[in-house]
Design a protein around this ligand. Structure first.
Ligand code: ATP
Length: 489
């Protein structure tokens, strides 16, 4: 049974305006929020930038009690908590980085059984700890556990690209608190991943209680393009810089400049992200771009925390010298800057879902944005080797390889293969390919927003000319040329 709501904030439109400073709901948000407020379990699958967070934040503000939000990424939690606190919502996070006084406060708050905290963001690992579980039992006994939310829910599934073993243990919530509604959200799930999420969380056992909102993955404002290259051509850098300088030149032209000046916008304020697969490449590429007077900064897991925070803050504020983030995959899920105008994949990503999540950082304001993926067959073989090596290392480290490891390896290889097919496909719309991948039947409308729709003949020509031949790549492969590549976040 849903908990009673507080009396003062029953009007969701009022709460949207007052607490979240937004004038209207986006399509489907209202229905999702109402289903949650009615006490249903809710599954939401919607495109990147749809506005999924609001779907659990707003009910958390309206309902009495505390909402526990389980999220896989510390940076993602911290961003959301900061934004909520700025809007005067009692939100907090409890994770390995939480300072001791804050940690003590939260545990004391939970121990009262009637916490002041409305949204508590935690890691899945924390949810397995006895101390935390005891506190939740106490809160539940007082009927103050309003809802459990699993964000980035694809991490639950071995068939998903970002499988995290601790997400499997979230099964505990339904077993321990059968009356507490659960909401789970993801941007990237296929039918198998969806089924896995519902069964792990125990939502499929009470179908009458469950409301599923499965929306299209389509992002019509993303212009998708594959750029073909090879080890021999090694032309990514010149190609990218040529493109970017062309963008700057168009912004500096007489017909554009006055408009930008009036808006106080710099010519080079064309925010973007370039994804690389290794820290070395991330550092060297950012340095090379800076030598070419392009404001690029590296971002990877090994940088000091203060450097990462400063880089992120200055990039978000559109400061000179911080126009482009050159990142490893340490920078991805949940990054929410509205005016990212391009996302470039310097190398083939490791999974289809990862590619689309990262591309989804672009164009969150709804304006046209460009997503290039530089594809080389040599990289295909390198990435495939890396995925296999990763899987072997994980299995060995775990001593006994479990069925889950096997399923996850299969899923990762399948996902990579589909991404390779996507890159090498020259006979159809890229948006349609993506929607099919995520199990959609309807063909999305593409308004010249992919390289195939723009010029199918040119696409074929570029692929023929740009890629190394399969014969060459397979000879090199047999000689072990692609074995010693590595990636790092
Ligand atoms: N109704 C609304 N009106 C205006 N802006 C909104 C609305 N709902 C959400 N937004 C804004 O849209 C942006 C994207 O929202 P959010 O970060 O929740 O996306 P998401 O669906 O979780 O995407 P991703 O899966 O890519 O992380 C945020 O800046 C959020 O403030």
């Amino acid at each position: 049974m849903p908990l009673a709501r507080s009396d003062s904030l029953q009007d969701i439109d009022f709460t949207l305006r007052r607490q979240f400073n937004k004038t209207s709901f986006r399509p489907h948000q209202r229905d999702i929020i109402l289903a949650a407020l009615d006490g249903h379990d809710v599954f939401v699958q919607a495109a990147t930038s749809f506005g999924k967070s609001l779907c659990f934040q707003l009910p958390a503000v309206i309902d009495r009690g505390i909402t526990i939000v389980i999220s896989p990424l510390l940076s993602l939690m911290m961003n959301q908590v900061e934004a909520l606190r700025a809007a005067n919502v009692e939100a907090r996070t409890l994770n390995s980085n939480t300072p001791m006084p804050e940690r003590d406060y939260i545990y004391r708050d939970l121990a009262t059984g009637h916490p002041h905290t409305r949204l508590l963001y935690v890691t899945p690992e924390l949810c397995s700890m006895d101390r935390f579980r005891d506190r939740l039992r106490l809160v539940h006994a007082q009927k103050e556990l309003a809802r459990v939310v699993v964000d980035e829910a694809h991490c639950i599934s071995e068939w998903g690209h970002d499988f995290r073993r601790d997400f499997k243990r979230l099964t505990w919530f339904r077993e321990s608190f059968p009356d507490v509604p659960i909401m789970c959200l993801t941007a990237t799930a296929n039918a198998q991943v969806r089924a896995d999420i519902l069964s792990t969380l125990g939502l499929d056992r009470t179908p009458a209680r469950l409301r599923c909102f499965t929306m299209t993955a389509h992002r019509p404002n993303l212009h998708l393009e594959v750029r073909f290259t090879s080890d021999e051509a090694n032309d990514r850098y010149d190609d990218f810089v040529g493109w970017l300088k062309g963008v700057y030149a168009r912004r500096a032209a007489d017909d554009r400049r006055p408009e930008l000046e009036a808006a106080g916008e710099r010519i080079q304020n064309v925010p973007g992200i370039i994804y690389t697969l290794s820290r070395d490449e991330c550092e060297s590429l950012a340095a090379a771009l800076r030598c070419d007077d392009i404001g690029a900064r590296p971002f990877h897991a090994k940088l000091p925390k203060e450097v990462k925070e400063e880089t992120l803050a200055r990039w978000i504020n559109n400061e000179p010298g911080y126009d482009i983030i050159v990142a490893t995959t340490a920078f991805g899920m949940g990054i929410d800057k509205d005016n990212v105008r391009f996302v470039v994949h310097w190398r083939l990503p490791k999974s289809f879902e990862g590619y689309y999540q990262e591309a989804g950082r672009a164009g969150r304001d709804g304006n046209a944005s460009y997503c290039f993926l530089y594809y080389a067959r040599e990289d295909r073989d390198r990435v495939c080797n890396m995925v296999m090596r990763d899987a072997t290392a994980t299995a060995a480290a775990k001593a006994k390889a479990k069925a889950g490891d096997d399923a996850n390896l299969q899923a990762r290889i399948r996902s990579l293969n589909r991404l390779v097919e996507y890159c090498e496909s020259t006979d159809g719309c890229r948006h349609a390919f993506i929607c099919r991948y995520f199990g959609e039947d309807e063909v999305p409308r593409c308004d010249f927003a992919c390289d195939w729709h723009k010029d199918p003949q040119d696409l074929k020509r570029r692929m023929m000319r740009g890629l190394a031949s399969e014969e060459w790549v397979s000879t090199q492969r047999m000689e072990g040329a692609y074995d010693d590549y590595y990636y790092s976040d």
